[in-house]
Structures are given as structure tokens and as C-alpha cells.
Design a protein around this ligand. Structure first.
Ligand code: SAM
Length: 268
């Protein structure tokens, strides 16, 4: 099946305008991922698929395209120093500053298949576990419904959890068959999974003390990044921490965040 220049440009603009995702140099990725889907679903051309999406931007085909064209690679304990920093510096600050309300507000803003929010949830439990009254529910969002479904099911292959500490595996995972483990219902309930497009205005109630925005801005151009960072800044508490991917960067001056150490920023 041939992807014409016009069809390619349409897909690139659509993903850019609606989701901030830059695919202008990703022709091979687009063709490689979409062709199989089109053939399997009986399309005879890219145009036929594009017409469906244009007619119904929130329809099933549009959702399928997001699921197919987003890159969802993630794993447990990724960039582990963030979780150590969370435990050693951020949670002590929250324990002190929120001693009155005991309300912990953490957002995993590109949660993918759940490995990141579950790692955060385990750190939170370790830290606040024995202390009564702390509300440690966290919010995990992504644009792809497919990954959110996987995340909320919380089912992983043995290899995917092999590097977790033994105690976490024992405490938070249950073997469900020869190859798979499921996250305990207790931990799953600690996370609220929601679909959210980072290009949209944030409408979640309250302000966050911690935001994980890791390995998603790499797909965004500068203007989208600035919009998103301002948006997040406005929805964080003063003193709150922002974690970004270790290969990502932000413009401190424009965003207002204070640099703490590589990939860790603070709202001052
Ligand atoms: C590479 S994963 C990062 C997962 C995790 N944060 C980590 O660092 O391992 C990037 C995720 O960002 C999501 N994403 C891309 N564009 C988005 C947008 N506009 N709004 C919300 N999520 C988006 C993708 O669906 C994907 O699951």
C-alpha cells in the first residue's frame, strides 16, 4: 500500500495539531505501523482511513491511530534516581508541609502502560505506609486508551517485574499464570487512571506537589513544550517538584521552574 506525500502530510499535521506529536521525520515509522492495521481492517488505501478520521475525529479509527502512532516504551524503575529523590527529599518535604491535610497529590502525566505510576505508588506506600491518615492516591494519565487499559489491568510478564526488589514483588504482585503477574488490587486502587491530552487545559481539581512528565516532551516542539510547562506550573503547589526524562530539557527562564539537578525542577 502506498502512502502518498499528501497522505503523509495529513497524518503528520493531524498528530501535531491535536496531540503535539512530531512525526515529520518518521515516514518509516508511520508506514511500518499503519500498513498492517489497514490491511488487517480491510482498507484499500490510506486515504480511505484518513477520510474516516476526518469525518469523526473522536471515532474508533482516530483512537486506533493514536494507539498505533504513539511510542509507549516504558519499564519499572526507569530512571531510578527519580524514585530515590522522591523518597529522600520530596516525600519528607510533603510530610512536613502537608502535616495538616495529609493530602499527597502526585501526577504521572504520560503514564503509558503503568510501570511509572506503580513504581511511584510503591515508593509512596513504603514511605507513608505505617502512618495513618495520609491520602496517597495518585493520578495517572495518557492519551492512548490502549495503554491505559493495560495500566489499569496491571498485568505484566515475569521479565517485566524481575528487577523490582523482592519485597515489592512479594507484597504487591500476585502470580496469575505461568508467565504473568498482576499488581495487587490494593495498589491498583491507589491509582486513578484517566485519558488526558497534554495539549488540553488542565482541569483536575487542586494543585499537585509532584508531577512526573517523563519521556513525552521528546515528541513535542518548543511551542507545545512551553504551553504544557506553563500549564503544569500553574497547577502545581509552590515548592512542588517536576521530574522530566533524563534526556529531555526545559527552558528554565521561560517555564519559571527552578533547576534542582539534572531532570529535576521545582516551582518556587
Ligand atoms: C515513552 S512513553 C513514557 C512513559 C513513562 N512516562 C516513562 O518515562 O517511562 C510516552 C507516553 O506519552 C503518551 N503521549 C504522547 N503524546 C501525548 C499527549 N499529547 N497527551 C498525553 N499523552 C501523550 C504516549 O501515549 C506514551 O504512552
Amino acid at each position: 500500500m502506498k502512502l502518498t506525500e499528501r497522505e503523509f502530510n495529513w497524518i503528520v499535521s493531524y498528530m501535531h495539531n491535536r496531540y503535539g506529536i512530531e512525526l515529520g521525520h518518521k515516514r518509516v515509522l508511520i508506514e511500518g505501523r499503519l500498513e498492517n492495521y489497514l490491511l488487517k481492517n480491510g482498507y484499500s488505501s490510506y486515504s480511505e482511513f484518513i477520510r474516516k478520521i476526518a469525518d469523526s475525529p473522536n471515532g474508533a479509527e482516530a483512537m486506533d491511530m493514536i494507539n498505533i502512532l504513539t511510542t509507549n516504551h516504558t519499564f519499572f524503575m526507569r530512571e531510578f534516581m527519580h524514585f530515590e529523590y522522591l523518597n529522600d527529599y520530596v516525600l519528607p518535604w510533603i510530610r512536613q508541609s502537608k502535616a495538616g491535610t495529609k493530602d499527597v497529590r502526585v501526577w504521572s502525566a504520560a503514564a503509558s502502560t503503568g510501570e511509572e505510576p506503580y513504581t511511584i505508588a510503591m515508593v509512596l506506600r513504603d514511605y507513608f505506609g505505617m502512618e495513618p491518615g495520609w491520602d496517597t492516591q495518585l493520578l495517572a494519565t495518557d492519551i492512548s486508551m490502549e495503554v491505559l487499559k493495560k495500566a489499569s489491568d496491571g498485568i505484566y510478564l515475569q521479565e517485566q517485574i524481575q528487577n523490582l526488589p523482592e519485597r515489592w514483588k512479594r507484597q504487591y504482585f500476585k502470580r496469575i499464570d505461568a508467565e504473568h503477574f498482576q499488581v495487587s488490587s490494593e495498589l491498583r486502587k491507589q491509582i486513578v487512571f484517566r485519558k488526558f491530552n497534554l495539549m488540553d487545559d488542565i482541569t483536575f481539581k487542586g494543585r499537585f506537589q509532584v508531577v512526573f512528565l517523563r519521556n513525552v516532551m521528546i515528541y513535542f516542539e518548543d511551542e507545545t513544550k512551553s504551553f504544557l510547562l506553563n500549564n503544569i506550573y500553574d497547577h502545581m503547589e509552590t515548592g512542588g517538584y517536576l521530574f522530566i526524562g533524563t534526556t529531555e530539557s526545559i527552558d528554565k527562564v521561560k517555564s519559571g521552574f527552578q533547576y534542582v539537578r539534572p531532570s529535576i525542577y521545582r516551582k518556587v
